[in-house]
Design a protein around this ligand. Structure first.
Ligand SMILES: *Cc1c(COP(=O)(O)O)cnc(C)c1O
Length: 387
C-alpha cells in the first residue's frame, strides 16, 4: 500500500485531505513525495510563522531537545517562565496558562471567566456570549462556544451556558447580556474559519463598553489572528483596547503544539493551584520554539507583513474572477466567481498551496515569505481566479 492507502485504511476519517503526500520543506517551499515543489500560502493553517524549518527556530528547538525535552509542571523550567514573561511584557497581560492547542487555550479562558464570576458574584453568572459564525475549537465545550448550528448536531449533550449574538450587531449582544446572567463576551476579531470576516471597529468598541458597564470579561480568541498574523502582534492591538483574557495558539511556537491563555488584571487570580493543569502544557521544547518566534516579531517584521498584505490585495482587488477580498495582514479571504475547490486544485496543479474558509479561498502565508516567492504564487493564483 502507498501512503495514501495506508492513511485511508488506518487514520480516522476526520479529514478530507488534498491528494498529495508532503515530505519536506524549507521556508515557504514545500515538496511532495515525487519531488514536486509548491509555494506554500497556508503555512500549516497559520502555524509555520516563519515557514518550515526556519534555521534560528530549529536551532533553539534542538538546543532545548538536547538539554531537557520534557519534565512536567511539577518543576520550574526556564523556557516556560521566560516565555510567560515575554508574553506579559508585550501584551500588558498579567499571567499565562500554557496548554497544547487553541481549543485548550479557549477551555482555559472559559474556566477562568466562570471561576472569576463565581469568586466575585457567586453561583449562577456563568453564561458566555459568543458570536454567530465563530469558531472556538473541537472539544465538547469549545464546540458549544462555537456559534454555528452545524457544529451542534451530533455530539450532544453540550456544555451549557453559551448564547450567540449576531456579529457586528451590538443590539443583539445587549439583548443577550440583559436576558442572561453572564460572565463574559468571547469573540474572534477576525472570524477565521467563519470566512475571514473582520469585525467592525464600532461594534468592538461597543462590546468593550458594554462589558465595562455590565462588569463582564472580554475574551478575545486570537488562536488564528495572534502572533503577528494580522499585522499587529495581537489583533486587539490594532483595535485599541485591552481584553481581559486572550487565547492564542497556532503560530505561537512556529510549528510546535502550544496554546496560551493570557489573563489580564481582572482575571489574573481567577485560577488557583489545583484548579487547572496540563501534562504537556508549557513543554520546554515548545516554549523554546515560541521564544524564538516571538522575539523576532518586532515592528520591522510587522511592517513587512503589512506591506505584503497590501501587495496581495493590490493583485486581487478588481482582478478577473474576484468578487471581494477580506482580512487583515496575512490572513486574507477571497470571494471568487469560480468554485473555491476548483481554484485550490488549479493552484496545487501549478505548484501553489492555498486554503479555504467557508465559500472563500483563504491565504495564510508565512510572515516571512520572500517577495519573489509571493509574486510567483500570486501570478499562479490570479491566473486560476481568472480562468
Ligand atoms: C484553529 C482555531 C481554534 C482551535 O485550535 P486547535 O489548535 O485546532 O484546537 C480555536 N479558535 C480559533 C479562532 C481557531 O482559528
Amino acid at each position: 500500500m502507498n501512503i495514501k492507502e495506508i492513511d485511508g485504511k488506518y487514520v480516522a476519517n476526520t479529514y478530507s485531505r488534498f491528494p498529495v503526500v508532503l515530505t519536506k520543506g524549507k521556508g515557504s517551499l514545500i515538496y511532495d513525495e515525487n519531488g514536486k515543489e509548491y509555494i506554500d500560502l497556508g503555512s500549516g493553517i497559520a502555524v509555520n510563522s516563519f515557514g518550515v524549518s526556519d534555521e534560528e527556530w530549529k536551532n533553539a528547538v534542538i538546543a532545548q531537545l538536547d538539554a531537557l525535552p520534557h519534565i512536567s509542571n511539577l518543576y520550574f523550567t526556564e523556557p516556560c517562565a521566560r516565555l510567560a514573561q515575554m508574553l506579559c511584557e508585550r501584551t500588558g497581560m498579567k499571567k499565562v496558562f500554557f496548554g497544547n492547542s487553541g481549543a485548550e487555550a479557549n477551555e482555559c479562558a472559559i474556566k477562568a471567566a466562570r471561576r472569576w464570576s463565581f469568586l466575585k458574584k457567586g453561583k449562577g453568572h456563568s453564561t458566555i456570549i459568543t458570536l454567530k459564525n465563530s469558531f472556538h475549537g473541537r472539544t465538547v465545550t469549545t464546540l458549544a462556544a462555537t456559534g454555528q448550528d452545524s457544529f451542534h448536531t451530533e455530539f450532544g449533550p453540550f456544555t451549557e451556558g453559551f448564547v450567540y449574538a449576531e456579529p457586528d450587531d451590538l443590539e443583539s449582544v445587549k439583548r443577550l447580556a440583559d436576558e442572561n446572567a453572564c460572565c463574559a463576551i468571547m469573540l474572534e476579531l477576525v472570524q477565521g474559519e467563519g470566512g475571514i470576516h473582520v469585525l467592525s471597529r464600532d461594534f468592538v468598541d461597543g462590546v468593550v463598553a458594554l462589558a465595562e458597564e455590565k462588569d463582564l470579561l472580554v475574551i478575545v480568541d486570537e488562536v488564528q489572528t495572534g502572533n503577528g498574523r494580522t499585522g499587529a502582534l495581537y489583533a486587539y492591538m490594532s483595535y485599541g483596547f485591552t481584553p481581559d483574557i486572550v487565547s492564542t495558539a497556532k503560530g505561537l511556537a512556529g510549528g510546535l503544539p502550544l496554546g496560551a491563555c493570557l489573563l489580564g488584571e481582572k482575571a489574573e487570580n481567577a485560577l488557583a493551584a489545583g484548579t487547572h493543569g496540563s501534562t504537556f502544557g508549557g513543554n520546554p521544547v515548545c516554549c523554546a520554539g515560541a521564544i524564538s518566534v516571538l522575539s523576532r516579531i518586532d515592528e520591522e517584521l510587522l511592517a513587512a507583513v503589512n506591506e505584503k498584505s497590501a501587495y496581495i490585495k493590490s493583485r486581487l482587488e478588481g482582478a478577473k474572477g474576484v468578487k471581494s477580498v477580506s482580512g487583515l495582514g496575512l490572513m486574507l479571504g477571497i470571494e471568487c466567481e469560480r468554485p473555491k475547490g476548483d481554484i485550490i486544485a488549479d493552484c496545487m496543479e501549478n505548484g501553489v498551496l492555498v486554503l479555504s474558509a467557508k465559500t472563500k479561498v483563504r491565504l495564510l502565508p508565512a510572515l516571512t515569505i520572500p517577495m519573489e516567492q509571493l509574486e510567483r504564487a500570486m501570478d499562479i493564483l490570479v491566473a486560476a481566479l481568472a480562468k
